[in-house]
Write a protein that binds this ligand. Structure first.
Ligand SMILES: [Zn+2]
Length: 325
């Protein structure tokens, strides 16, 4: 068997063909690009192709992509590597191997090269191929900026608060970078609260005249006490009180996906508890640094900060499209 050089393959077979995979009437314009890469199979004299599909075909920083690999031979396992991130692909009922990729909002590269290793059932060295995910530049001519005024004591923190926030961020960052292999969910992600999105993901922030990092989730309007539902099935990894995010719950959904719910008035779940999609986690509040009652809802894929609305969009018809183990 010939072990193919990923770089030369990517150059040699960089053909792109947009396809439609969505049902008519699906609001989302689904576009995917097929990368078809010919390679020699272990059996003498046969050749077939490996297909890599991205859905959607292009993303902006903060976006989410469902990536699928179709191999012409039975596989024992498949994994992918993107930058320093190495993760398994899970087998779906349609026989493909899939993973969700999150392009961190801070990403500045035009493409994300992904290297695949496919391990054939019959043994031998893995097939290795490479395909590039195209990342659209999302920088806008006039970026959305939100100006907020908060009590000076909440914005200009003293050293003790700065240390506390740093420690909080480290705790949250470690938990949000979950790499749990198995997937706990079988349906798409849902909005935790039905309400107006008041601050979108990525909105620039100016607090008391000073620029701060962009908004890491979406803010959803809601009255204090409104039930907050888990966006999908998973395990509660964190249920605690923080200086900035207030009463906060983090759920690990498996397959590298986690969601965060902040500024809660009340927390109704415990760390380690398994929850169902739509199960109440707590209630809308204004704990931590918040100007009024609302839910801050965020999502991460293997630590990459992504737009939770994109996660909902990309997994919208997951149930009837691609269930797998
Ligand atoms: Zn927020």
């Amino acid at each position: 068997m010939t072990l193919l050089d990923p770089a030369s393959l990517a150059t040699a077979f960089k053909l792109t063909r947009p396809i439609k995979t969505g049902k008519p009437g699906n609001r989302r314009a689904i576009a995917a690009i097929l990368f078809t890469i010919c390679l020699h199979l272990p059996q003498p004299g046969t050749a077939a192709s490996i297909k890599v599909t991205w859905d959607p075909a292009r993303v902006v920083p903060g976006g989410v992509v469902m990536m699928k690999v179709q191999a012409p031979v039975a596989l024992m396992a498949a994994e992918a590597a993107a930058g320093a991130d190495r993760f398994p692909l899970l087998k779906m009922v349609d026989g493909t191997y899939a993973a969700l990729i999150g392009v961190d909002v801070r990403s500045e590269t035009p493409t994300l090269p992904v290297e695949f290793s496919l391990f054939p059932v019959q043994g031998g060295p893995p097939y290795r191929i490479r395909a590039d995910l195209t990342i659209r530049d999302s920088r806008q001519a006039t970026p959305r900026v939100q100006k907020l005024s908060l009590p000076t004591g909440m914005v200009d923190l003293n050293q003790r608060r700065i240390d506390q926030v740093r420690e909080d961020n480290q705790t949250l960052g470690e938990i949000l970078a979950t790499r749990t292999r198995e997937r706990f969910w079988r349906e798409g992600f849902m909005m935790p609260v039905q309400g107006r999105v008041t601050t979108r993901f990525g909105t620039g922030r100016v607090l008391n005249g000073k620029p701060r990092s962009s908004h890491s989730g979406v803010d959803i309007a809601g009255r204090k006490g409104t039930p907050v539902k888990g966006s999908n099935t998973g395990t509660v990894r964190l249920a605690d009180d923080f200086y900035l995010s207030g009463k906060t719950v983090v759920v690990d959904h498996g397959w590298g996906v986690s969601t965060i719910y902040a500024h809660l008035d009340r927390i109704d779940v415990q760390e380690g508890q398994e929850i169902e999609r739509g199960q109440v986690l707590g209630t809308v509040g204004r704990t931590g640094r918040a100007t009024g009652p609302h839910l801050h809802f965020g999502a991460f894929i293997r630590g990459a900060k992504i737009d939770p609305l994109q996660l909902i969009e990309v997994t919208r018809d997951f149930n009837n499209r691609s269930q797998g183990s």
